[in-house]
Design a protein around this ligand. Sequence first.
Ligand SMILES: NC(=O)c1ccc[n+]([C@@H]2O[C@H](COP(=O)([O-])OP(=O)(O)OC[C@H]3O[C@@H](n4cnc5c(N)ncnc54)[C@H](OP(=O)(O)O)[C@@H]3O)[C@@H](O)[C@H]2O)c1
Length: 337
Amino acid sequence: MSYQQYMPYTPADSRYNKMPYRRCGRSGLKLPAISLGLWHNFGDITPFGVQQKILRTAFDSGITHFDLANNYGPPAGEAERNFGEHMRRDWRPYRDELIISTKAGFGMWKGPYGNDGSRKYLIASLDQSLKRMNLEYVDIFYHHRPDDNTPIEETMGALYDIVKSGKALYAGISNYNPDQAKRAINCLKDMGMHMLIHQPNYNMFNRSIEQGLTELLSEEGVGIIAFAPLAGGRLTGRYLNGIPEDSRAAHDPRFLRPSDIDEKLLATVRALNAVAERRGQTLAQLALVWALRDPAVTSALIGASKPEQVAENVRALDNMSLSEEELGEIDTILANR
Ligand SMILES: NC(=O)c1ccc[n+]([C@@H]2O[C@H](COP(=O)([O-])OP(=O)(O)OC[C@H]3O[C@@H](n4cnc5c(N)ncnc54)[C@H](OP(=O)(O)O)[C@@H]3O)[C@@H](O)[C@H]2O)c1
């Protein structure tokens, strides 16, 4: 990654005027209703200046939470390395206005210690992440996915010690099912620590958290940050007129293939888009309002390849109410897909 000249950054004075900050479960921490993830578009294929504009637009709009993981890139680690450079250039004076998270749980380095849920992996990985990001601590450290082969006491014990060491302020889990989440939450509770947050996938196309996870997390006072609320771009207007060359489906088929954008999907997307238009919103905005309709969902964790997408998505906040009729219509469209 080559770093060009850049204009010094002064955040917008109006940055706290519009964004709602929602309490994360039973904790003192509030998160913006919309958070920004750096999974895509912050590796070595996205110009540094574009990354910078996306981050600046986000913060200027009140997005105070940036979400990373050890393996975000490409290549793995590059998103954190680039974020470290953004940190040095733009964000150092605003560190206390930011919630920065990272994770470990997927394969990161060769050999038996660079994957899964061992104490060895989690502690070493966070140390590497902090160096890449130029940070002394992260606000939230997640175990990225469950590992049933490692005793939950070991994985949660590592999160506990990481928080006690001050290298993270809060502990979280991601992609855990209700049984796994319950064991993790209880294990941390037995040590005297509260699980702050769970990061599951949640959007109109994947409502699996409604089968018990949301209820458990609400009861336990654990916040939910819903990742990929736009289904990677499928719940936006992006593919309504074909597959644009600069879209995820066109250039990163690892997670969204051109063949995923089929007529069946488009029929559903068109029907949802008609609901959005009647509300005077875009489909991306409707998808965010829908994901945030339950207060158990603290924040919707979006991705963006352009600053304009962030700006459009934040405008969802202008109309956050959904009528029973609209919800029913959306349910019917989704049931028929
Ligand atoms: N914990 C986990 O296992 C896990 C897994 C996945 C993601 N995540 C987190 O969730 C974050 C978001 O994931 P995601 O990027 O898949 O989320 P997403 O918000 O569902 O999709 C983002 C993509 O949608 C498109 N988009 C966004 N706003 C748009 C708009 N207004 N109009 C048209 N298209 C728009 C862009 O696609 P184009 O690139 O085509 O422009 C963008 O890259 C990640 O960065 C990461 O932090 C966590």
